[in-house]
Design a protein around this ligand. Structure first.
Ligand SMILES: [Zn+2]
Length: 336
């Protein structure tokens, strides 16, 4: 049975209202157009390769219809949209799913912070980036597996003993100079006791480099990047941590790298099949709950504040021809 569109106060009263872009309703939902448009490009790349046709098929159905509830902003009194229903493909490199997952992880991280700060009030954060020499994309799998073994050795070293917990993610970028080369690296957030700084435990930059070379058994490694996260800036206490968390918990492959280097991207997809791109340990072990996320997890993402609405569901559908979401009144519903 077809459901009747609801009469909703904020619906613009135009004859073509069904075609009004999502961004006209809600400027802050512009990222939907951007990420869904990237997904369209990625879908077309996968569609060219026989072994990835299924990925193309799944991405083509990703987040095709978004249904929003309308909530009143407590501060401004304005009516805003809040995503309530959508279906996601969960293909690893889908730009929409990567984006939602990154928001979800960052939100989970921030939700865990108060407890962590309470249990370890003086602990500090370190942001560590570990690289290895760039490799031909055909050797990416072997390189990532070797890096995983290097990391396992690292966390068993005495220098790592004082670390209270870690979150480690993998990022792969395309090398700019040599087509067909990949730059795999780890980002890690380490929670350390305050005694780390100025104490006997302290690991200097030169020592981190030596340590990583030794764990990787590779003296050609040229650099590591390690920085204390300044979380105690009283004007803006979370800025340093926010930046480090965003960098650690972002996409694993930049959508631009996928779209601008299709052959590299197809080879990369094959190489990373079923490899885990995240590891956690110590007191951060369960912070990110790496279970298979549901549609609901990706719908909520970072929008965790519970706000009631009147149950009306405004639908918007993605239009591949002009690469944006537009009003789709026939898809409106009333919440169950
Ligand atoms: Zn998707």
């Amino acid at each position: 049975m077809e459901q009747k569109p609801l009469c909703v106060n904020s619906t613009p009263s135009s004859d073509n209202s069904k075609d009004i872009p999502l961004t006209d309703y809600s400027a802050r939902d512009k990222p939907w157009d951007e990420h869904r448009s990237q997904a369209q490009d990625v879908m077309m790349i996968y569609d060219r390769a026989e072994q990835f046709e299924r990925y193309a098929e799944r991405i083509s159905h990703c987040s095709g219809v978004l249904r929003f509830g309308q909530v009143i902003d407590q501060e401004t009194g304005e009516i805003g949209l809040k995503l309530r229903e959508a279906q996601f493909c969960r293909v690893r490199n889908c730009p929409v799913c990567q984006w939602r997952r990154s928001l979800m992880w960052q939100a989970r991280f921030y939700q865990a912070l108060p407890r962590l700060e309470q249990e370890h009030p003086k602990a500090r954060w370190i942001f560590l980036t570990l690289t290895v020499p760039n490799c031909p994309v055909e050797e990416l799998r072997a390189t990532l597996q070797e890096m995983g073994r290097g990391w396992q050795r690292l966390i068993k070293r005495k220098e790592f003993k004082p670390v209270l917990g870690f979150i480690r993610t993998t990022e792969v970028t395309a090398e700019k100079k040599r087509p067909g080369y990949a730059h795999p690296h780890f980002h890690a957030l380490l929670l350390v006791p305050s005694s780390w700084f100025g104490g006997d435990y302290y690991v200097t930059h030169a020592q981190w480099l030596e340590l990583w070379r030794s764990c990787m058994r590779d003296d050609s490694i040229m650099s590591v990047d390690v920085r204390a996260v300044k979380s105690l800036n009283k004007d803006d206490p979370k800025t340093g941590l926010q930046r480090a968390a965003a960098e650690t918990l972002k996409y694993s492959v930049k959508p631009d790298d996928m779209i601008n280097n299709p052959d590299w991207f197809l080879a990369m997809t094959e190489q990373v099949h079923k490899l885990r791109f995240m590891a956690t340990g110590g007191v951060l072990k369960d912070v990110l709950r790496q279970d298979d996320e549901t549609d609901q997890d990706l719908i909520v993402a970072d929008d965790v504040a519970e706000q009631p609405d009147d149950g009306a569901r405004l639908a918007f559908s993605y239009r591949p021809s002009d690469r944006r979401y537009r009003r789709f009144a026939r898809g409106d519903k009333v919440a169950d």
